[in-house]
Design a protein around this ligand. Structure first.
Ligand SMILES: [Zn+2]
Length: 427
C-alpha cells in the first residue's frame, strides 16, 4: 500500500441516503432539486458540511453553489463546490461505496462475517470478493477515527473510561493493543510494538488529541485499569486530574497467586471471603474507603491465623501497592469497578486478530485495520439472543444513529464531508 506517497487531501465525500436508487436517478437530472434534497438530508441528520477552515460562507452551501455532474465508474454523480471556500463535496448515493466496485450488499455480508469471527479468507470464500479487497475495505473505514464517528452519533466524550492493553502477536513479534472502552463502546483501539510507558502514552495520546480537537475542555474524571505499570503511568501523564482505579475483579483473580502452597480448598475459601468483602464495601453508601481499609486489615489478620504470618505479610504488601487504586474505585460512585465490558471487547477482537495474521507485512496498515474492526464492534447490532438484541453498542450507550441500517450508518458516519455541529461553549 503506497501510504507514504499519499497526498493529504481532505476527503469530502458525502454518502447520502436516497432511500431508493430510482429517486437518485430522477434527481440526478435536476441540479437544483438535487442540491435541495442533499441539504434536507444533512439537516435531518443534524450534521454540518466540512468546509475549509477559512470558509466565511456560514458553513452551508446555497443553491448558487457550483455543481457539476461527473461519471465515476459507470455511475453519474454530482460534485458541489462552496462558492466561499472552494471546497468540493462529492455526493455519493447510498448504493455505491467510495472508490470500490464492491456493492454495499456484498460488503454487508463480508463485514458481518468478519465481525462474527470468520477469517478474511473464509469471508472471501462465501462472498464474491478477494480477501485483500475486504482487508482494504476495513482499512478504509479505519481511516476515520473512532472519536470522530462516535461524536457524530451524538455521544459525549467519556468522562469515566476503562483502559487496558491486549497482548498479541504480529508474526513472531509481540504487539500490544492499548484500548479505551466506555460501556459498550470502544473509543480507542491502538497498535504498538512496544510495551513501554512512552509507547502506550503515544497510543492513548492519539485518542486524547482527537478528543481535545473536538472539545478543547475535555477532561477524564476517572480511569480504571488492571494496574499494569505502562497503562497506569500513561493515564497519569495524559489525564493528570483523573482518579486512577484498579479493577476489583482483577484483584479477586490475583489473590490466589499470593497464597502459593496453600491447599486449594483453603485458598478458595479465602477468595470467597475477599469477594464478599469487596462486594459489601461497594454496597455501602457512605464511608466506603474507610470500610475497605478496615476490612483489608482484618482480612490480612485472618490470613495470619489461618495459613501463617508469611502469607499474611505477602498479602499485606500486595494490599499496600494496590489499595490506592481500590480506594479510587470506591471513592467516586460513578467510577467503574470492574473491567468486564473491556474484556468482552478484547475477546470479541481475538478471533478477528487471528484473521489478521495473514496480512502482516511491513507496509500493512494494522492501526487502520484495527480501527475499522472497532467501528464494526460499535455499530453492528447484537444478535437475536443477546442481552441488547437488535441494538448496537452506540445505541446501548444512548447514541443516535442516522438510519436503522447499520451499513448505511457506517457509510454515512465515515463520510469525510460531514462534521457534527460543534458542542455549545461552557458545556
Ligand atoms: Zn465553504
Amino acid at each position: 500500500m503506497a501510504q507514504t506517497t499519499q497526498v493529504t487531501r481532505q476527503n469530502r465525500t458525502l454518502t447520502v441516503d436516497f432511500q431508493d436508487p430510482s429517486t437518485y436517478f430522477e434527481l440526478i437530472n435536476d441540479g437544483k432539486a438535487f442540491v435541495e434534497f442533499v441539504f434536507a438530508c444533512i439537516l435531518s441528520l443534524g450534521f454540518q458540511l466540512a468546509h475549509k477552515t477559512t470558509c466565511t460562507g456560514g458553513g452551508c452551501l446555497t443553491r448558487h453553489s457550483h455543481y457539476a455532474r461527473v461519471r465515476l465508474g459507470g455511475l453519474t454523480i454530482w460534485r458541489i463546490q462552496c462558492t466561499a471556500c472552494q471546497a468540493v463535496f462529492t455526493v455519493l448515493p447510498h448504493f455505491a461505496l467510495r472508490y470500490r466496485r464492491m456493492s454495499p450488499d456484498v460488503a454487508r455480508q463480508a463485514l458481518i462475517a468478519t465481525h462474527g469471527g470468520l477469517s478474511l479468507a473464509w469471508c472471501a470464500t462465501i462472498c464474491p470478493i478477494s480477501p485483500m479487497a475486504l482487508y482494504r475495505l476495513i482499512c478504509a473505514l479505519g481511516q476515520h477515527s473512532l472519536v470522530t464517528v462516535l461524536v457524530k452519533c451524538h455521544l459525549s466524550l467519556p468522562t469515566y473510561i476503562l483502559a487496558d492493553e491486549k497482548h498479541g502477536r504480529c508474526l513472531t513479534d509481540r504487539v500490544y493493543l492499548p484500548t479505551i472502552v466506555s460501556g459498550r463502546v470502544i473509543w480507542h483501539l491502538g497498535y504498538s510494538d512496544a510495551k513501554s510507558a512512552a509507547a502506550f502514552t503515544a497510543s492513548y495520546g492519539q485518542f486524547h488529541q482527537v478528543a481535545l480537537d473536538h472539545e478543547p475542555s475535555y477532561q477524564v474524571k476517572g480511569a480504571l485499569t488492571d494496574g499494569f505499570d505502562s497503562t497506569v503511568s500513561s493515564m497519569r501523564t495524559l489525564f493528570p486530574g483523573a482518579r486512577l482505579g484498579f479493577c476489583l475483579r482483577h484483584a479477586l483473580h490475583k489473590l490466589p497467586d499470593k497464597l502459593v502452597g496453600v491447599p486449594v480448598l483453603v485458598r478458595r475459601g479465602l477468595r470467597s471471603t475477599f469477594h464478599a468483602l469487596l462486594h459489601r464495601c461497594r454496597q455501602r453508601t457512605s464511608l466506603r474507603v474507610v470500610a475497605l481499609g478496615q476490612r483489608l486489615r482484618h482480612f490480612a489478620h485472618r490470613i495470619d491465623t489461618v495459613v501463617g504470618e508469611a502469607h499474611g505479610e505477602r498479602v499485606r504488601h500486595w494490599f499496600a501497592t494496590k489499595k490506592a487504586g481500590w480506594y479510587a474505585v470506591l471513592a467516586d460512585p460513578k467510577m467503574p469497578a470492574m473491567s468486564t465490558v473491556l474484556d468482552q471487547a478484547h475477546n470479541a477482537m481475538d478471533r478477528k486478530l487471528f484473521a489478521m495474521k495473514g496480512f502482516h507485512h511491513p507496509g500493512g496498515s494494522q492501526a487502520a485495520f484495527l480501527t475499522g474492526l472497532a467501528h464494526l464492534y460499535n455499530l453492528i447490532p447484537y444478535q437475536r439472543r443477546a442481552l441488547n438484541a437488535g441494538t448496537c453498542g452506540v445505541e446501548v450507550e444512548g447514541g443516535v444513529l442516522p438510519t436503522s441500517d447499520w451499513l448505511l450508518n457506517l457509510q454515512i458516519l465515515t463520510s469525510g464531508g460531514y462534521r457534527c455541529a460543534p458542542a455549545p461553549p461552557n458545556h
